[in-house]
Design a protein around this ligand. Structure first.
Ligand SMILES: Cc1cc2nc3c(=O)[nH]c(=O)nc-3n(C[C@H](O)[C@H](O)[C@H](O)COP(=O)(O)OP(=O)(O)OC[C@H]3O[C@@H](n4cnc5c(N)ncnc54)[C@H](O)[C@@H]3O)c2cc1C
Length: 300
């Protein structure tokens, strides 16, 4: 077999499944525990051969340790790097992928070997299809089944030297709870809204419906209309409301996977061929600037 795997852990969520997936293709499985020293003790019982702690104090975000973790892992000659889908772990995984020249897979469900290549089953197309990605070196965000931790004695913990980080958190604020996870009605905003000035149109609809607001990634990252807590999709949040209304959203699988479990989804889009119509029970083909005020009146 001969593959060597490093797992980036900034928390223990899904770690049992990740270690089990790594074991199926590797002789050697190590965990880089990036965070508090308690984290290293916690992950040491998950069945890895080696645990290396990259300790950051509580007021330091772990992401700046990415280059240091990447350098350490690359020097160890690894073939596979894995992490869960938390933002901090993904950020460090990206640094490791660059350092080892690995192919990056965003939604790995399982790993296998094909000769010298690692094969990752990557979930695509709104979770309707799996593509097999094959490469000698692989960095994967693992979102597959979570197994119980492998029973065994805890691995000894080594401490890696870490640079002193100047970036410190200067305060903590409670995230404004969006209630998206439990909302029974959600209105999703897409780039079809075109400018910030048009957002009151959506506020009025959400008010009339008693709905939470969600958005697509560019409405957050590019336009800064909403904070990331409101982004629905593969790399952010999920919602399973009774009713989801997607307004001016094209229907990229990266977004639609975020409302996969909605009981009824409705799309408003002026392009009759928009992909979003394939993911919704009802489609309204029309200009949102006509349709949304009419819906608002109807809900009132
Ligand atoms: C690694 C990765 C992760 C990602 N993760 C996410 C994620 O978690 N969540 C997410 O949302 N995206 C994510 N994305 C981005 C995603 O791929 C899409 O680019 C994004 O969802 C598109 O946003 P949109 O539908 O708002 O914009 P667009 O694709 O620009 O669509 C706008 C739509 O509005 C319609 N429209 C325009 N004017 C009107 C009008 N007047 N009336 C009615 N309809 C109109 C258009 O026909 C079009 O269909 C990710 C991308 C990558 C690469």
């Amino acid at each position: 077999m001969g593959k060597k795997t490093w797992i980036i852990a900034t928390e223990s969520r899904r770690l049992g499944g990740i270690v089990a997936a790594a074991r199926r293709v590797s002789d050697s499985v190590s965990i880089a525990a990036v965070g508090s020293s308690d984290l290293a003790s916690e992950v040491a019982s998950y069945g890895a051969d080696r645990v290396v702690a990259f300790v950051a104090s509580d007021d330091v975000p772990v992401e700046p340790l990415g280059p240091c973790v990447a350098e350490f892992i690359a020097a160890d000659g690894t073939d596979i790097a894995l992490s869960n889908d938390s933002g901090s772990a993904r950020c460090i995984l990206g640094a490791v992928a660059g350092a080892i020249g690995a192919a990056v897979v965003g939604n790995a469900q399982a790993l296998s070997l094909d000769g010298d290549n690692v094969v990752a089953d990557n979930l695509i197309a709104n979770a309707k299809a799996i593509e097999a990605v094959s490469a000698p070196r692989m960095a994967c965000i693992y979102t597959g089944p979570d197994d119980d931790r492998i029973e065994g004695s805890a691995a000894a913990i080594e401490c890696a030297p870490v640079p002193s980080i100047e970036d410190r958190a200067i305060g903590f604020e409670e995230a404004t709870g969006t209630g998206l996870a439990t909302a029974s009605r959600v209105v999703g905003v897409g780039m079809g809204l075109a400018t910030r000035d048009n957002l009151p149109l959506i506020d009025a609809l959400a008010d009339a419906m008693g709905a939470e607001l969600a958005c697509t990634l560019p409405c957050c990252d590019d336009m800064r209309w909403y904070p990331s807590e409101r982004v629905l999709g593969s790399s952010h949040n999920t919602a399973s409301p009774d009713l989801y209304i997607a307004v001016g959203i094209s229907g990229s699988p990266n977004h639609t996977s975020g409302f996969r479990d909605a009981k009824t989804a409705v799309a408003v889009n002026n392009d009759p061929d928009a992909e979003i119509f394939n993911c919704c029970k009802y489609g309204i083909v029309g200009d949102l600037f006509d349709v949304v005020p009419a819906l608002t009146e109807a809900f009132k």
